[in-house]
Design a protein around this ligand. Structure first.
Ligand code: PLP
Length: 454
């Protein structure tokens, strides 16, 4: 695309397009980078720059870009039946086949799925189902849902309320009543408490959940919702002790477990679901993103037998659903995506090969003076930036994370910043050579950031 065409698009973009999660005014001078094409693990902008997509779009392009099989699945389905709904006792083959495939991949006790158009809609559905379930059980007072600080469950009002992102609450409040949040298992973020073993810290965080349940009264608590690894909060991998301790707390009380698999599902942690990695038995699992590798928008909630049986046997009509719940083209693409992931052994490769390789190479960045911690699990990674003089966090006003993100983009790598935490989540089909390139470019971005801050 010519420079003048790029400039024209940027002007129109500024004039008419309100972007998600963007300071509109900040687009003022430079304008947006325009992404025109993509292939494999790379995006290509309107100036022809090839950029390694270290974030798989928004943690979603699991199979990478340019998969003709997914294009063909959409095309065939659009010819056959571009739209029909799943309301009022109708359905269509792709929705049924996708439901069956999902159930075959999910933990054994999960045999039903409710489709949505996105992860946020999936979490709205979760809230509706949780409250409906307890009402049907004759316990309508069980209203409280406990989430976690800095958790992310989407951008609708319910998603934003379930999530624990303070800036979202400040802009979007008041939140949905009956939702509260507990401490997140973020050892580094809480200042690596001197002398404390991360596993003791993990147990402390689980104890905070129990304290909250007692404060609210077990009889009033409906569910606990959490991501296996907190994604948007900064790729926060909990200490080993955390999930077993949380499980023990939940087992003690009659509270539903909602595991938000929107990021961790479909191979990101080296298993089909993060719940499998952490040996969890969720009652509900919201899913989206990697379900279709992001090629078309689709989400859903996998529902465990305990909740599904109650909704089905005792619930009558569930007054909830979306025009695009189980959209045929989206479902057809998702189905083909899962079939390809299975046939190509993508999940096993993340677990046995790519995840360990990334851990080794990414871990090497821990020796950089700007890095206080380098961590990864499967194909999610984070770097905690620190001031080399003090080993502590930089002054927030310096915006070290954003500087590093911009240097990274300029050097041909999408690496995102959450405050001063740099995060990656590349396509699950990335090669060893591309992981090497990713690590080299991340190091170059760290060097450039250090020079700028010196
Ligand atoms: N849940 C988690 C864990 C997410 O990371 C996200 C999006 O990033 C969502 C829910 C919301 O998904 P969507 O953006 O598709 O509404």
């Amino acid at each position: 695309m010519s420079a003048s065409k790029t400039g024209q698009l940027q002007r129109l973009d500024r004039a008419h397009h309100l972007h998600p999660f963007t300071d509109f005014k900040s687009l003022g001078e430079e304008g947006s980078r325009i992404i025109e094409r993509a292939e494999g693990a790379y995006i290509i902008d309107s100036e022809g720059n090839r950029i390694l997509d270290g974030m798989a779009g928004l943690w979603c392009v699991n199979l990478g870009y340019g998969r003709e099989e997914l294009v063909a699945a959409a095309t065939e389905q659009m010819h056959q039946l571009p739209y029909y709904n799943n309301f009022f006792k109708t359905t269509h083959p792709p929705a049924v086949q996708l439901a069956e495939k999902l159930v075959s991949l999910a933990p054994e006790h999960m045999n039903r799925v409710f489709f949505t158009g996105s992860g946020s809609e999936a979490n709205d559905t979760v809230l509706r189902m949780v409250r409906r379930y307890w009402a049907l059980k004759g316990k309508p007072e069980k209203q409280w849902v406990i989430g976690r600080e800095n958790g992310y469950h989407g951008s609708t009002v319910a998603g934003m309320s379930l999530g624990g992102m303070a800036p979202m609450h400040e802009q979007g409040g008041p939140c949905v009543p009956g939702i509260t949040h507990v401490r997140q298992p973020y050892w580094f973020g809480e200042g690596r408490p001197a002398g404390q073993d991360p596993n003791d810290f993990g147990i402390e965080c689980a104890a905070a959940l129990e304290a909250k349940i007692r404060e609210l009264g077990e009889e009033n608590v409906a569910a606990f919702i959490a991501e296996p690894v907190q994604g948007a909060g900064g790729a926060i991998i909990p200490p080993q002790s955390y999930w077993p301790a949380v499980k023990a707390v939940l087992d003690k009380y009659d509270i539903l477990l909602v595991v938000d698999e929107v990021i961790c599902g479909f191979g990101r942690l080296g298993e089909w679901f993060g719940s499998v990695h952490y040996d969890l038995t969720p009652d509900l699992m919201p899913i989206a993103k990697g379900l279709s590798s992001g090629y078309l928008p689709i989400g859903g909630v996998l529902v465990g037998d305990r909740v599904a049986d109650t909704l089905i046997e005792e619930g009558g009509e569930f007054f909830h659903g979306f025009t695009y719940s189980g959209h045929p083209a989206c479902a057809a693409v998702a189905l083909r995506n899962l079939e390809l992931m299975e046939a190509e052994g993508v999940v096993e490769r993340v677990r046995d090969d790519l995840g360990p390789y990334l851990a080794q190479r990414w871990g090497e960045l821990g020796d950089h003076p700007l890095v206080g911690e380098a961590r990864s699990l499967g194909l999610v990674g984070a770097l905690e930036l620190v001031d080399p003089e003090t080993g502590e966090r930089f002054d927030k006003a310096l915006g070290a994370g954003n500087l590093c993100r911009d240097h990274s983009f300029a050097s041909g790598l999408v690496m995102r910043s959450v405050g001063d935490t740099m995060i990656i989540s590349p396509p699950l089909v990335i090669s060893h050579e591309e992981i090497d390139e990713l690590v080299d470019k991340a190091r170059a971005a760290l060097d450039a950031t250090q020079r700028q801050l010196a």
